[in-house]
Design a protein around this ligand. Sequence first.
Ligand code: ATP
Ligand code: MG
Length: 730
Amino acid sequence: MGRDLSFLEELNPSQREAVTAPDGPILVLAGPGSGKTRVLTYRIAYLLTARRVSPFHILAVTFTNKAAEEMRSRLEALFGDRVGELTLGTFHATCARFLRREASLLGLHPQFVIYDEEDTLEAIRQALRDLNLDEKRYRPGALRAAISRAKNEFIRPEAYPIRTYFDEIVARVYARYEERLRAADALDFDDLLLRAVELFEEHPDVLARYQERYRHILVDEFQDTNTVQYLLLRLLASRHRNLFCVGDEDQSIYGWRGADFRNVIRFREHFPDARIIVLEENYRSTETILQAAQAVIRRNTERYNEKRLVAARGPGAPITLYEAFDEEDEAAFIARRVQELIEAGRIQPGEIAVMYRTNAQSRALEEAFLQAGIPYRLVGGVRFYQRREVKDLIAYLRLVLNPHDDLSLVRVLNVPPRGIGPATMARLSALALQEKTSLFAAVEQAVAGAPGISLGPKIRRALADFVERVRAWRADRAHLGVAELLRRIIDEIGYAEYVESLEEGGREVGGRRWDNVLELLKVAGPYRPGAFEDPLAAFLADVALLTDVDTLESDEEAPILLTLHAAKGLEFHTVFIAGLEEGLLPHSRSLDEPGALEEERRLFYVGMTRAKDQLFLTYAFRRYDELRTPSRFLREIPRELLTPAVARTTARSPSAAGRSRRKVEREEAPAFTPPSPRFRPGLRVRHPRFGEGLVVECRPIGADEEVVVMFEEAGLKRLLASFAGLEVLS
Ligand SMILES: Nc1ncnc2c1ncn2[C@@H]1O[C@H](COP(=O)(O)OP(=O)(O)OP(=O)(O)O)[C@@H](O)[C@H]1O
Ligand SMILES: [Mg+2]
């Protein structure tokens, strides 16, 4: 490895100080776009060159797999293949690797499967069924949250504190859920971290080995680590104490998932000798964007240090603000502007991003993009790995890896149809429960003619054939690449014909499902013997740990639609943030709680600071039948930094023309004489979606009426009479 240090010239003095700092704990606290991620990458480069540290001794943790990949390719560009030995990935991926290596010590199956969020919910649903509890009464999502909280506080099911009836249910479901996971050799996301802590706490010799290996530990997006992750870092770093963390408390946006930006304070307490480095130059955004973002974040009171951040770039264009008539008009405006930007040809389409608070907002945007004929990339939504055909085939692979994975077996036992109906399934489940075995073991017993279960000859033959095939795939998987194995499975079960039969049902257009199968084969391609010790295990671990952002194809040149949460760490030439309305951003769930409101503000701050050159902010006058109030965050931006977008008179598509006409009508509305009001306080009304409620306030708006209604279920809503479809009851 050469000693070429010319990369240091691409850093300013404080960045260079961080990159070339001597050993010891280091904390880089700095605002967005100040080069934290660059500093972290260059620190690794510096360790490799100037300090001659072997990549084997370096562990770097990123927030997404995509960020890890980018960092790896940057380092490979500098150093070539030798960085291969570097341990680089998310906390979860890294822990999964540790656990696979040390599985025997923890009594884990080395081929354990990882349950993603959907699998976890399904396992909870099954636990509810096992306990004869109604999943409509006990929401699986709420149970999962409670179980996850307990796990992260190291509370076992037996010790779950019971204060309410719901706690009692949680404790029972938690216990059953754990049994199910154990029987399936499965770990959920929480387990990956917790079992790693357990590994290190209970096996000091193992800990010593890892401490010795990872002499340098580096962490990006440190403000979004949770307590368990921090504990892991402390354990691993306590010997060499070379912990290099970069972060920004103002960008902490995963509090709802257990992230705790007080880890920054803990770090300073645990490592009082830590060198704190601040970076004060922002290289990403124009001065205008930066000033607006800072004016917003300054309103937060929960801040530990006000960071100075100066724009390295000039003022640039003002921020554009657009008041749309409704969500369709908003989407049409964005699509139109995106099209203009692309047609102007000065920027790549992939340099444009549209961000929003909730996934539901993407629908209107997708429609507008489709209508305008603009290809786009969507982060989230129905993800590739959540599509039915992809899930089916992955379930087959998981079964090959580990036949005791009950969830996968349930998924594929009758896919394609083999005549195994719900009644047979219930009998097999009962047998498994009674014998305390996995479902696959129960199937094997049933095939062998176990006394506890009687099956018709046809079903038995089908099951025997299934067991036989799974065994054969298992026997052959050692010398097959994952793609080859997949092809064999697809052939033997007749999956192509099955997919075709689904398509004929007209549920999906033009062979899209089969395209997904081909795409999966492509993704599996590199997982070959030789390239990986255990290609199948590696493939499945990678698939389970993919996050929304990771599935973004970076080579595709199209604008991106994504949530604000998914946008952290990224940057774009032009950013649109849609839905700047009270109740959406800030989200209605945050309005009663100051802490949550500040997290919403940080989220907006993260969104704004993704923009390099241009920022568009939009909100709607009416959304989903309701009148909206512009977000308080908009008022926090100095007026002189904003410029209103001029509504267009020349619309491209006929429907967009219709929409802008409606907008014009609204603007002219005050010219009409208001008709006599239909509503008055005290009136009982019914709304098609919100149900029954009581009118508490009304006032004329142009030719229309604004009605405030207290609905029994939906709470207080402001509605526009002409659109609301309110029926007067009394
Ligand atoms: N010294 C520098 N000279 C020129 N450009 C720089 C310099 N440092 C960083 N940059 C560029 O500024 C942009 C922001 O850098 P980077 O993404 O590392 O910031 P960050 O602090 O990690 O931001 P965030 O908090 O949003 O994650 C990148 O495009 C990076 O290449
Ligand atoms: Mg960064």
